[in-house]
Design a protein around this ligand. Structure first.
Ligand SMILES: [Mn+2]
Length: 457
């Protein structure tokens, strides 16, 4: 039988109920998915608005919670950064549901490859055994692995807004006092809980605003009679130049999404585009690095304790972002207790979407929403724009007053996820993080199986 139209909708309904679909339907689904994915480049172009998600790891009920918090497909445009399978008990249902949604709404969901989307890794970390247990054969595992080989290696998000439209929501109860930026203020970061309540809000530093204003003014002043020299290049992240001078369109640098991170063999996004990706994840080389590497507080490149990929420092990220006109790299791959973590002055962020990882880590999860640049806000600094002076943030709860160490508890908590970016000038797109906890169905009564020592895989 073929899977399409109403069959596909039926399969989606069945998978949403966490029930596997018959083997012949999986075969058809994987065939259709491959036909779609084969047409995608190694780096998929995605337009904002988009919601970026990190590792899922077979935690089906938490994926349902993610959709509840972030909105359903196709109402919300999603980008999943890999590691759909292994570790959790429902890799099969999780991956097949995402694949069904991809086939049903190809323009509303983007799936890129994680290091677990591999024959070798799934054989060790659970997905192979799960398929064997649920179907009595490994055929379904084979079909899925053939899809893995066609998943894109990255995505490039363009058209993201620099300022968030402030959420018109209630303030979380845990926030006792508030000091919200003015409504017309440039909101850079907002964090909401699963109920949509505001946990904190952070404004872009005022210096960059004034420099933005003066730049906008100078653009306006020079609009005639001589067209200004176009300082912006072409579509962000493409490295191309544009002849559209004088445009006051608000545009940030692009956001590169990749599962792991950067590679010493890759200095431009175009080099990712040239890779032959349609194969099992190699043990080394550029494709391997993109799926396995991690940012770290080092200079340059370092050896990874994972035994694959590399560690890379702030200098590597800043250089890569500048060269490729990126305002941010979004990646997954590492457990973050707070669900997300920005590093290196917000040039890179880790997004982790598996709450209470392995049903025992006690972490929360997060998704990252990038808004559409629908504003006519004028000048917006790009990823390779010059930086201004010291910044100023407005933080919900920040007038609790500093403690003995000169830092409020809220600021202390903030600094753990915003890292060294606090109070510094930043150029990134507006970022709304939605943080959520494990779904009760999945955490209740689940026996903690054998301890998992190597979370970092
Ligand atoms: Mn990973």
């Amino acid at each position: 039988m073929s899977i399409g139209g109403s069959d596909l909708d039926r399969a989606i309904t069945q998978l949403r109920a966490c029930k596997p679909i018959p083997e012949n339907q999986v075969r058809e689904l994987c065939y259709k998915a491959r036909e779609l994915l084969i047409e995608e480049g190694n780096v998929v172009g995605v337009d904002a608005p988009v919601t970026i998600c990190g590792d899922i790891h077979g935690q089906f009920h938490d994926l349902m919670e993610l959709f509840r918090v972030g909105g359903d497909v196709p109402d919300t445009n999603y980008l999943f950064m890999g590691d759909f399978v292994d570790r959790g008990f429902y890799s099969l249902e999780s991956f097949l549901l995402l694949l069904c949604l991809k086939v049903r709404y190809p323009d509303r969901i983007t799936l890129i490859r994680g290091n677990h989307e591999s024959r070798q890794i799934t054989t060790v970390y659970g997905f192979y055994d799960e398929c064997l247990r649920k179907y009595g054969s490994v055929n379904v595992w084979r079909y899925c692995c053939e899809v893995f080989d066609f998943l894109a290696l990255g995505a490039l998000v363009t058209g993201a807004a620099t300022s968030l439209t402030p959420t018109d929501g209630p303030i979380a109860e845990s926030i006792q006092s508030m000091d919200i930026p003015d409504a017309d203020c440039d909101i850079e970061i907002e964090t909401l809980n699963a109920q949509g309540e505001i946990m904190y809000r952070y404004a872009r530093n005022s210096d960059s605003q004034s420099s933005a204003a003066s730049q906008a003014n100078s653009n306006a002043a020079s609009s005639s009679p001589i067209a200004p020299t176009p300082s912006n290049t072409g579509p962000a992240g493409t490295g191309a130049t544009s002849s559209a001078n004088g445009s006051s369109k608000s545009e940030t640098g692009a956001v590169l999404c990749v599962h792991g991170g950067l590679s010493p063999l890759i200095d431009t996004i175009d080099k990712i585009r040239l890779l032959d990706r349609k194969q099992e994840v190699p043990h080394e080389g550029a494709m391997c690095d993109l799926l396995w590497s991690d940012p770290d507080e080092i200079d340059g490149w370092g050896l990874s304790p994972r035994g694959a990929g590399f560690l890379f420092g702030a200098d590597i990220v800043k250089c890569f972002n500048h060269k490729n006109d990126l305002s941010l790299i979004a990646r997954a791959h590492q457990l973050v207790m707070e669900g997300f973590k920005e590093m290196f002055e917000s040039t890179i962020v880790t997004v982790w979407s598996a709450p209470n990882y392995c049903y025992r880590c006690g972490n929360v999860a997060a998704i990252l929403e990038l808004g559409e640049d629908g504003s006519n806000a004028g000048f917006v600094r790009r990823g390779n724009g010059e930086r201004g002076g010291g910044g100023r943030g407005w933080v919900l709860g920040s007038n609790d007053g500093p403690n003995a160490n000169g830092m409020s508890n809220e600021n202390r908590r903030l600094s753990s996820v915003l890292g060294d970016s606090m109070g510094r000038p930043r150029d990134g797109p507006g970022r709304r993080y939605r943080v959520f906890e494990a779904a009760p169905q999945d955490s209740r009564g689940m026996p903690a199986k054998k301890p998992v020592a190597d979370y970092f895989l």
